[in-house]
Structures are given as C-alpha cells and as structure tokens.
Unconditional design. Structure first.
Length: 455
C-alpha cells in the first residue's frame, strides 16, 4: 500500500507535503521531538540526474531574467488574480461577519507554484478555480513580469515579494519542476531535515517569513502542521508600506462614531478637506468609490462605500465587471474625505474553502496528481495538499498604509459628479470594502473589508 503525502498551503504562502500516516499513527509524536537543531540543512547543487538540490543562496532570486511578457499576457494574469480575489472575498463575506483582509496575489502565487506540478483532473480543477490562462508560456511570462515589477528598485514606497521552497533533504524532486519555479517565480530551494528536526524546520520557515514581512507576519505555520512526514513547503511573502500623496493632518483626526451595523463604536476618524483634496471619485445611486494614491502614484487604495449603512447591498452586486466599471468611471475632482484609522490581522486556514470552491482533488490523497514534481516510480508516497494557511496584516493611518501577507503550501508523506455640482462627501463611518492595487495594471494586491475599525 502507498503512503500518501499531503500538501497544505499556509500563508505567507506555504504549501506543505505530508504523509497521511500522520493522521493515523504519528500525530502524537509531533510534540515529543527533543534536542531541536536550529541550523538549516543545505547541500550543493546536483544536476547529474533529474534531481535538483539547492542551497539557501538560491532563495529570493530577483529579478527573474526571462522575456518581458506582452501587455495581453500580463492582463490575462491580472484578470485571473482579480477574479479569484472577488470569488474569495464573496466566500469570506458570507461566513465572516467581522473584518476581512487577505492578499489574493500571495495566495495565487503560492498556488501557481503548486499548479506547475499538477496533472490531470487536479490541474483542471485548480486552473478553473484560479482562472489561469490556458497558454502555459503566457501564464509563466505574465507571472514573472509582475514579480519583477513588484520588486523593482528605486521606488518612493516599499513593496517586495519573495518565493521560496523548503524541501525534505532526502526526497527527490524533479529538476524540471524546481527549475520552472526558480526561473518564473524566483523561488529557490532550501533543504531541511523534516524527518528528524521538523520543529527546527518550522521555525526556520517562520523566521524567513517574518524577515520578509518586516516582522509583521509571525508564527505563520503553527506547531503540528509540519512533522516527520513533511516533504515540501512552498512559501510566498509580500510586504508593502507607502505614504499617501496627500497625507491626512493628525491634528484633524477626531474621535467619531462608526456604525458597524449592529452597534456604534468610537473610532479615530481622519479627514482631508479643502482645495487640495482632489481625488479620483465616482458614485452610483447605491455606492461611492474613491481612489487614494500613494507616493509615486503607481499604487493606490481603492475604496467602495455603500451609501446606506448596509454592506450586504454592495456585496450582492460586487463582481469583477462592477469593480471594473467603477474604476473606469473615476474622475479627479474635489472630495471631502473622512476615513477611520484601522489596524488588524487575519489568519485563514483555507483548505475547506478551496475544496468547496472547486478543487477537491488537490487535497485528496487518492485522487491528487502532482506528478510534475516527483518521479512516482521511485517512491511509494503520493503528494496532495493538506492545508492552506494565509496570514495578513494591515495598518492605515494619517501617513499611509503598511500591509503584509504570506501563504504556505505544505506537502507531507457608475456615475461621476460633474463640474458645478456640490462637493461630494466621502464619509466612511460604516463598513466598506477596500483594495490596495497596482494603478497601471489594476491588479489587486490586497483586499479587505473594514467592518469595525477598532477590532
């Protein structure tokens, strides 16, 4: 009988491959490991066969040196990311009554690295849920070009993303697969001793995630989610810190009511009014939308606010076409802006969500097919996803925004207001949806809902 190795995705992005034996006989052993060795186990590159073993120096290779994708290829990848973002938001909003925040880019990237090894029904389901373009070369070029753009240097803001693979040192992964991840995702490989020092390996991965997110994402992978059966963890981290083009005056921030829909809380409400308060703005009979740019004007926060204190009205009509229409309807004009300060963290265990959204085979050890990353004739193990964990952080204040997110996959054994009309007021004193986006491509890097700014 074959032993099955499951993959679990954990944000920052970590995909962990582990064995089903853990669930039956070995789970209690996870807590018993002693004498933890905190050193990273590495070895030199071996390209003499179909195997690739890499050192830590290969992690976070940037920029990726491939051809520049065409605009249509980039647009196809952006559209896929944004559609998945809206699908995931819709799912969370139906089950989460509080604040929501996640990075669709981080989740998509982690899953894309996993998808590169998927075959058969597993690949078909993943492509459908994630809306991946059918053309493999176009998808890879688009992903690589976006990665390079996000990691561009000399920007008036901080934005960086990194990918890494953490492999069981005794498990043979195919050279072709690891080369694809390195060449198109910048994801180098570090060998770890999961079999004997799984707790040390977990701490090593979490430390990498923490360092890549300016210490904002901590303890991404909890105790017990990697163990002696873990074979591979795929991680993505993204970090952003930007200041507003037009900053709010701290002296004008006042404590005001915020109506959550069920109660009224006191929040620190920022305000920006006067002749300089010009923003891209639009509205319909049901919602208002505004774009607040960060310095450099390459990234911005796009906020959609229902006119009535009922976020469900907005959530019922929100889809990609609606958001695209709101964006194209924006016109720069005077707007009096009132926005609450907020700061919160989120963590999602996404396995059930992704299965329910249409990719159950990837999580089923009897059905999963990730044979693009290992030679099935050389092992009795099969790889499948056990869990996907996403963790995110956001803080918005008078100066700007700081946001971070991580994902891990673990594998184990409109209408504009025209000139002459009254100056509109954008008063976000009730729940609203917001996105941090690339202004030129429209790619949603982070997405969330502020249901209560003080939680």
């Amino acid at each position: 009988m074959k032993n099955f190795v499951l993959i679990s995705l954990i944000l920052i992005v970590a995909v962990v491959l582990w064995s089903v034996i853990l669930n039956n006989k070995e789970k209690e052993d996870v807590q018993e490991q002693q004498n933890i060795n905190t050193n990273i186990s590495t070895s030199t590159v071996d390209t003499s066969n179909n195997n690739l073993i890499a050192t830590t120096s290969d992690i976070n290779v940037s920029p990726i040196k491939i051809r520049q994708a065409t605009q249509s290829e980039i647009s196809a990848v952006v559209d896929a990311n944004n559609q998945f973002a809206i699908d995931l938001y819709s799912r969370y909003s139906s089950i989460e009554k509080g604040n929501i925040f996640f990075s669709p880019y981080s989740i998509t990237t982690a899953l894309a690295m996993t998808y590169e090894a998927a075959r058969g029904q597993t690949a078909t389901e993943m492509a459908k849920v994630l809306y991946f373009p059918e053309n493999t070369d176009a998808r890879r070029a688009g992903m690589a070009s976006i990665y390079n753009r996000l990691n561009a240097k000399n920007k008036p803001y901080t934005l960086k993303t990194a990918n890494a693979l953490w492999a069981e040192k005794d498990f043979e992964f195919l050279n072709d697969y690891l080369t694809i991840v390195k060449n198109y995702y910048g994801g180098g490989v570090t060998n770890l001793d999961f079999k004997n020092n799984w707790e040390s390996a977990r701490k090593t991965i979490n430390a990498w995630v923490e360092s890549q997110t300016n210490n904002k994402i901590k303890n991404l992978i909890p105790v017990g989610l990697v163990d002696k059966t873990t074979r591979l963890v795929l991680t993505n981290a993204i970090y952003f810190k930007g200041t507003w083009v037009l900053q709010f005056d701290k002296k004008e921030t006042k404590e005001e009511d915020f109506n959550t829909g069920t109660t009224v809380v006191k929040s620190d409400m920022m305000s920006l009014v006067g002749e300089k308060a010009k923003f891209k703005y639009t509205e319909t009979d049901k919602v208002q939308a505004i774009e607040l740019p960060y310095k450099g004007k390459e990234l911005s926060m796009f906020i959609i606010l229902p006119k009535d204190n009922d976020i469900s009205v907005l959530e019922k009509i929100m889809n990609k076409a609606f958001i695209d229409k709101m964006r194209t309807s924006l016109n720069e004009q005077r707007v009096n802006v009132y926005l609450p300060k907020f700061k919160f963290e989120t963590k999602y265990f996404m396995g059930k969500d992704l299965k329910d959204m249409g990719m159950p085979s990837a999580f089923d050890p009897d059905l999963s097919d990730f044979s693009g990353m290992f030679d099935r004739t050389k092992t009795d193990e099969n790889l499948s996803i056990s869990e996907v964990i996403h963790q995110a952080f956001v803080e918005v204040n008078e100066e700007g925004t700081e946001a971070a997110a991580a994902t891990a996959v673990i594998m184990v054994n409109t209408t504009s207001v025209g000139p002459g009309n009254p100056i509109p007021e954008f008063r976000a004193d009730h729940p609203f949806i917001f996105m941090i986006q690339d202004s030129s491509t429209g790619e949603i890097l982070f997405m969330g809902k502020v249901a209560n700014p003080i939680k």
